[in-house]
Design a protein around this ligand. Structure first.
Ligand code: DX5
Ligand code: ZN
Length: 220
């Protein structure tokens, strides 16, 4: 069985109690914290930046997985690295020079990855596979939590898995958007190993019950 990781998205957490929320969700079994950065430019919503990343950093030991939905990406990358991010991913549409942005993330000591919207081609991977540590497949259009999983994402996960296996490299394959107890197994079967879930976890009072149920689905 692959190593599966559950990455709760704090977009659906209670922002007034963020330190406590991240501590609780890690106590309840989260493997990493997914941190959604939206700029009201690349996506029609505005969330949180490096200051908030820095503020939650002392509360958890697990990796902080920063998902940049911003344009341009380069000037904010060093700030997130300094704020304690471990993984930084961005959308190819947000960068003028994708290879440079990936290199910039790694130069700052973080794992680097590209994010693919439902209608974005995986061909962006063609010449940068060596600079990629993680591929994130969006199973919703980015911008909001609580949307429904787009089933076509499964085909794309499978295609990304094929590319990873072909490369022979150790690359995480993450899926983000509409992941719930009911569909996590299908995403795993398609080849994903890292699962972002926002509303499915933070929308319920008992985070541990949801995370345990997700792991039970993955173990089937
Ligand atoms: C969407 C964000 C997601 C979102 C997931 O743009 O990238 O990480 O918070 O939320 P759910 O799990 O509720 O779809
Ligand atoms: Zn995200």
């Amino acid at each position: 069985m692959p190593t599966y990781r559950i990455a709760p998205s704090i977009l659906s957490a209670d922002f007034a109690r963020l330190g406590e929320e991240v501590r609780n969700v890690v106590r309840d079994g989260a493997d990493m914290i997914h941190f959604d950065v939206m700029d009201n430019h690349y996506v029609p919503n505005l969330t949180i930046g490096p200051l908030v990343c820095e503020a939650i950093r002392p509360h958890v030991q697990v990796p902080i997985d920063v998902h940049l939905m911003v344009k341009p990406v380069d000037r904010i990358i060093p700030d997130f690295a300094k704020a304690g991010a471990n993984i930084i991913t961005f959308h190819p549409e947000g960068s003028e020079h994708i290879d440079r942005s990936l290199q910039l993330i790694r130069d700052h000591g973080c794992k680097a990855g590209l994010v693919f919207n439902p209608a974005t081609s995986l061909d962006y991977l063609d010449y940068v596979m060596d600079k990629i540590d993680i591929i994130l497949i969006m199973s919703v259009n980015p911008g909001f939590g609580g949307q429904s999983f787009i089933p076509e994402a499964l085909k794309k996960i499978a295609e990304a898995r094929r590319r990873i296996d072909e490369s022979g490299r150790d690359i995480m394959l993450e899926v983000d958007g509409g992941i719930k107890i009911e569909n996590i197994a299908a995403a795993a079967k398609a080849g994903a190993d890292t699962f972002v879930a926002g509303s499915a976890i933070f929308g319920k009072p008992d985070y541990k019950a949801v995370i345990d149920d997700m792991r039970a689905q993955l173990a089937k």
